[in-house]
Ligand binder design. Structure first.
Ligand code: SF4
Length: 402
């Protein structure tokens, strides 16, 4: 199947999505009274307010919120659901910080602490490179690694596997490398882009509220620093994703403000490709006061993010975190992306995720079709899109050959 080259600003969206949305919303019939003002704003693609966000969170009819989010998703993308062929390689679990929610990090002397050498990293990727076009790499803040370590890692990766796009490093890792190397975060980004980095995965946003951060990830970058580092990435042509970790100690107000802060930055840079909301997974971590999100809360948060973030094209149902079953449902609640084949992942699984790691493209496509959607393989930066068709069964091919 031939890949379609799409103009980047559309990122796979239908160019007449707003007219389609108006048709959907008018054809739906009556919406609940308190939703009508929100529906009117959506028809004009006006950004929803903080109060609108609270209305959506408190509205008693969750399926109606889901229908509204699904209308926006369908107007933009039809039933297309995007995925890619990727592998997650977490290069080290040694970290100088100790965020309270984190089940992944280890001190340098822990028995199960590890730090892959550059050659080990490239060799590990080599086991998957035939089947992937993206490597997603985030890890701990290693006390000895500076920017030159990652320059070497990315250069060797590019040289060994030139078809693999490198999506790596969170904002706090960029900040750590800047401090270790005594250069600015923007210079780190420029040097790493030059060495082969193609985008940032967006992890580590948690909740962009410094009171929440002081409780769950004291010592990590501030809210302002997360936004500044992503702004700098966008300014030099590095696209990024953005995330939200919910279900720890934050309020609904803080969740909504988090989304609005991302939307405001996006209105200036247009560098965010995708928003990835995921709930806190409690196992083995040290945050007993966490609220823990329920299944319906996950679906509602995905729907609210689709409606509030009118300028971030893609909303991801991150199945590594929410599991395949909720991810399928999320595709009816505003999500249009389901991440990738993944194959290997440590951070979410150490925190308690049981999402399968052995999905090949056919299994992922089946999951998407079960949700009434059409699987479309994308590249890392959402510029090529290939409708996915299953390979012919081997036995049929053999019979035809006889
Ligand atoms: S979340 Fe990241 S920065 Fe925080 S302890 Fe874990 S690995 Fe370190």
């Amino acid at each position: 199947m031939q890949a379609l080259e799409m103009p980047q600003p559309l990122a796979g969206e239908s160019p007449d999505w707003l007219a389609r949305l108006n048709d959907f919303l008018e054809g739906h019939g009556r919406w609940s009274g308190e939703l009508q003002a929100i529906v009117n704003k959506l028809k004009d693609n006006m950004p929803l307010s903080h109060e609108d966000g609270l209305t959506l969170y408190h509205h008693p009819n969750l399926p109606e919120i889901g229908a509204l989010a699904d209308a926006v998703r369908t107007a933009r993308f039809g039933r297309q659901t995007f995925f890619n062929s990727n592998v997650h390689i977490n290069q080290t679990n040694i970290c100088v910080l100790a965020c309270r929610f984190c089940a992944f990090r280890r001190g340098p002397k822990a028995k199960d602490a590890y730090a892959m050498t550059v050659d080990e990293y490239v060799e590990d990727l080599g086991k998957y490179a035939h089947a992937v076009d993206e490597v997603h790499s985030v890890g701990g803040l290693h006390p000895d690694w500076d920017v030159s370590h990652y320059e070497t890692m990315f250069r060797k990766t590019q040289s060994a596997h030139p078809h693999v796009s490198i999506k790596a490093l969170t904002a706090v890792e960029i900040k750590h490398l800047a401090e270790r190397s005594q250069i600015t975060t923007k210079t780190v980004l420029q040097r790493l882009k030059h060495a082969g980095l193609s985008s940032l995965p967006g992890g580590g946003a948690e909740i962009l509220d410094d009171d929440v951060r002081a409780v769950i990830c004291n010592g990590k970058e501030s809210s302002e620093e997360y936004l500044r580092i992503h702004r700098e990435a966008h300014e030099i042509g590095l696209p990024s994703n953005c995330t939200m970790l919910f279900g720890t100690v934050e309020t609904l107000d803080q969740r909504i403000q988090h989304m609005i802060s991302l939307r405001e930055l996006q209105s200036q840079t247009f560098g965010f490709q995708c928003f990835v909301p995921y709930p806190f997974l409690p196992d083995h971590t040290r945050l007993p006061e966490a609220q823990l999100a329920t299944g319906t809360e996950i679906l509602r948060t995905i729907a609210v993010s689709r409606l509030l973030l009118n300028n971030i094209p893609h909303i991801k149902a991150y199945r590594m975190n929410i599991g395949d079953h909720v991810a399928e449902l999320a595709l009816q609640y505003g999500a249009d992306d389901i991440d990738g084949t993944v194959q290997k992942e440590s951070i979410m699984h150490l925190a308690g995720s049981t999402a399968p790691l052995d999905h090949d493209r056919s299994r992922l496509a089946r999951l998407i079709r079960n949700a009434g959607c059409e699987p479309v393989q994308r590249n890392t930066v959402y510029s090529t899109f290939t409708p996915y068709t299953d390979p012919e069964p081997t036995h049929r091919r053999l019979r035809m050959a006889q």
